[in-house]
Design a protein around this ligand. Structure first.
Ligand code: NGQ
Ligand code: ZN
Length: 461
């Protein structure tokens, strides 16, 4: 097996470097990243610039199968909440085989689109009637198997979900498959830990939102997780919709991010997914907590959530990364594009995402999103440096949008001026090529199984 790759250009944590030799060990961990190197006889040579693989920090895999199917008027004024009603209807019919087929295709798509790992925020736990499966871990294990089959890095975040609104409102019918006690969640984590360890996956916990998890349960679940793994990742949906901010204020007198910072041990283990609606104090305190802001730009646009104030978060040194969430779009470059464009539209400026260190927007955003995504994943996938996993993407220097350009402009063209995945040549995870000439080995069979699963789910509608 090849354990070296030579690249004329590579994006290292400190910026672009020339003539880089990447070396890794049998475990898929980078052992050396040497710039200004000589091509080694026998080393494979990359077909274009090498960039770090992007961690996808937020996914609900099953939602891929109804992407595109809610883009029609269902109510006088559609919203996140009317979308959610349709999503619940779809989730109600899902079986373990559907889950595995959908996730297998989705994860192959992610690899082809520049993601090398994914955090799965997994909340459909029970059967269609809301009863636990004979093996309570059935649906989580289906996702883990899908990830292993296609070779994407994995962080499993089983979701705690107990109430339908602030102040302990009972769950509704559409939520029956999600609900579990704190004790049963801790038992599920115990069951999943050895399976995740054996698969090289990380196990964390996701309290769904402050709407869905009362304060006592939040405290007990985190204590239980800490007993299992003191540094495990903790993800939560926090302030996506203005209605949830208003409801939180009515319940507690505080906005959700402020409430969380005052009542939970928020630190670098945490990922605040959709921290969309914060006031100035929340931007400052949230960023300084060390938590990662989990941005899902295309989903947030698709659902009409609002615009995150990216410069404010960065001004306070906040970590951030991207997720594809509902998977209306599955493409790492496109999330960066949408993030940048939302800022341009909101602020009437250009190149908002550039930084003092990196004037090229795509370069700056890629490096920061990889770093934050790795932190949120709880795995050593933070870029092209010794000790990190050998997860990287080779751009296709022969692609029309890239031909003849300097490396930073090639990445800019990949993000801003190509037909999305078409500029990706190869994707490596843990030192193994999973995508070659733009294609995953399981592309065809996984796509066919996905379409069959989706057709079956739609028939049962
Ligand atoms: C989810 N998705 O859990 O899939 C949520 C919708 C909710 C997003 N927040 C459900 N985008 O938040 O209640
Ligand atoms: Zn989500």
């Amino acid at each position: 097996m090849t354990r070296t790759l030579f690249a004329t250009d590579a994006l290292l944590p400190g910026g672009w470097a020339k003539n880089v030799l990447l070396s890794w060990n049998d475990a898929g961990q980078l052992t050396q990243v040497q710039s200004s190197a000589q091509p080694v006889a026998g080393a494979q040579v990359a077909n274009g610039p090498v960039i770090p693989g992007m961690p996808n920090l937020h996914s609900h895999a099953f939602q891929r199968a109804f992407a595109g199917l809610t883009e029609h008027r269902a109510e006088q004024q559609d919203s996140f909440w009317s979308w959610r009603t349709l999503m619940y209807r779809f989730a109600a019919r899902l079986g373990p085989q559907h889950m595995e087929a959908i996730a297998t295709w989705l994860y192959a798509e992610m690899l082809e689109a520049g993601y090398t790992s994914v955090c799965e925020f997994q909340y459909v736990h029970h059967d269609a009637d809301g009863r636990p499966y004979a093996d309570d871990a059935t649906l989580s294990l289906a996702l883990l198997r899908a990830a292993q089959k296609v070779g994407i890095g994995f962080t499993l975040l089983p979701v705690l979900y107990q109430t339908s609104g602030f102040g302990g409102q009972p769950p509704n019918e559409g939520q029956r498959r999600f609900i579990r006690s704190t004790d049963s969640m801790l038992r599920l984590l115990d069951t999943l830990k050895p399976a995740c360890d054996a698969a090289g996956a990380r196990l964390g916990l996701a309290p769904h939102s402050l709407r869905a998890v009362p304060p006592d349960a939040l405290r007990e679940a985190i204590a239980g997780l800490e007993a299992l793994d003191r540094s495990a990742p903790i993800h939560i949906h926090i302030a996506e919709q203005t209605k949830e901010v208003d409801d939180c204020v009515a319940w507690s007198g505080q906005r959700p991010v402020a409430w969380l910072l005052d009542h939970a041990p928020v630190d670098a283990r945490w990922c605040l997914v959709h921290a969309t609606h914060m006031d100035a104090a929340e931007y400052a305190r949230g960023a300084k907590s060390g938590a990662v802001a989990g941005l899902c730009p295309t989903t947030e646009a698709n659902l009409g959530d609002g615009i995150f104030d990216f410069p404010a978060w960065r001004h306070h040194g906040g970590a951030w990364g991207v997720g594809s969430d509902s998977h209306a779009t599955v493409n790492a470059a496109e999330e960066l594009l949408m993030l940048e464009y939302s800022q341009r539209l909101g602020k009437r400026q250009r190149n908002v995402g550039a930084s003092a260190a990196q004037p090229h927007v795509a370069t700056a955003l890629t490096l920061e999103a990889v770093r934050g995504g790795a932190q949120a994943s709880g795995r050593a996938i933070g870029g092209l440096a010794a000790g990190q996993q050998a997860d990287f993407v080779v751009l296709d220097a022969a692609q029309l949008a890239l031909q003849g350009l300097a490396a930073p402009d090639m990445l800019s063209s990949h993000v801003f001026a190509s037909h999305r995945t078409s500029a990706i040549d190869a994707v490596w995870v843990s030192g193994r090529p999973r995508v070659v000439a733009g294609r995953h080995a399981l592309h065809q069979e996984a796509a066919a199984a996905f379409v069959a699963a989706r057709s079956q789910l739609l028939l049962e509608n």
